[in-house]
Unconditional design. Structure first.
Length: 70
């Protein structure tokens, strides 16, 4: 097993964090901090929705909890 492959298998969270940090930094430099934050929020929302879809969560229940009677 190669050294790079072993590092990737042992530290996937660190690699994803570095890539996301670099992407956010690039967006902040290129487009400004507010637009970079907007892109990050959209990406986080997309991740959350995708995670819920993977878990087979019924979105009717989610919307009922969020927007139901309080």
């Amino acid at each position: 097993m190669g050294m790079v492959q072993e590092f990737i298998e042992k530290h996937p969270g660190k690699i994803v964090g570095v890539v996301l940090g670099l992407a956010f930094g690039w967006f902040a430099i290129k487009y400004g901090i507010l637009k970079a934050i907007f892109v990050a929020v959209c990406a986080a929302a997309g991740f959350y929705i995708g995670k819920r879809l993977d878990e087979k969560v019924d979105f009717k229940d989610v919307f009922a909890r969020l927007f139901g009677d309080r």
